[in-house]
Design a protein around this ligand. Structure first.
Ligand SMILES: N[C@@H](CCC(=O)N[C@@H](CS)C(=O)NCC(=O)O)C(=O)O
Length: 210
């Protein structure tokens, strides 16, 4: 199995954090990581477009010529394909909560935050767009308020006392934000505490780059 990825890009980092969390629990994930250099446009070459017609990363090759192109679908596949030490809970209600929180982090925060990075200070050199950046900052407020309230009880992870894919999604995008040099979470003390504690873990440092 091969994971086509690029360091720093948040969707690949999300999957790599997920893999690091699984491996820390004791799961064996025999997956070769292959960097596709997006700065050199390698994700738009015929070779990569044959893997993923949208030319994005990450991509998981699960069999020769068979690919999964969506980060969350990759995580779900890895949960199903390697059953030992899963990251989602075996408990139905806890698992539902973990899935819900991961979607909230992704759809209500990460989508806006990813676009914000490109509008504010794009790592691939897109022109800054201050009006768009401000609009996206507004759109992120409900999710940031919500997550700050959830984390206010001092929990170590988004869904309680164990890591789940929600942590991977949230950290991948906050890590991407740091590339810009602007910190959008300074006023959110509980997200900031979660972020500091999560990033300090030994298994996280090798994955995140900033
Ligand atoms: N919905 C996709 C989004 C993938 C995505 O947009 N990846 C970015 C990197 S984080 C990318 O490859 N961007 C380059 C492009 O789409 O041209 C997922 O969750 O995997």
């Amino acid at each position: 199995m091969k994971l086509y990825m690029v360091p720093l890009a948040p969707n690949p980092v999300k999957v790599m954090l997920y893999m690091a969390e699984r491996e820390a629990l004791g799961a064996g994930l025999p997956i070769e990581k292959i960097i596709v250099n997006t700065l050199k446009g390698k994700h738009k070459t015929p070779e990569h477009l044959a893997r993923n017609p949208f030319g994005s990363l990450p991509v998981l090759e699960i069999d020769e010529g068979q690919y999964i192109c969506e980060s969350r679908a990759i995580i779900d596949y890895l949960e199903d394909a390697f059953r030992d030490h899963p990251l989602f809970s075996a408990d139905l209600k806890k698992r539902a909560r973990q899935r819900d929180m991961e979607r909230i982090c992704d759809v209500r925060l990460a989508e806006y935050l990813g676009s914000w990075v490109h509008a504010y200070k794009s790592p691939i050199g897109l022109p800054p767009n201050a009006a768009q950046a401000r609009d996206l900052e507004e759109r992120m407020q409900p999710a940031l308020n919500f997550l700050n309230d959830v984390l206010a009880d001092g929990r170590e992870f988004v869904c309680g006392d164990v890591a789940s894919p929600a942590d991977c999604t949230l950290q991948a995008f906050l890590n991407f934000m740091r590339f810009t040099g602007k910190n959008l979470i300074t006023e959110y003390e509980h997200i900031t505490r979660w972020d500091t504690v999560y990033r300090a873990r030994d298994i996280v440092a090798p994955v995140i780059t900033i």
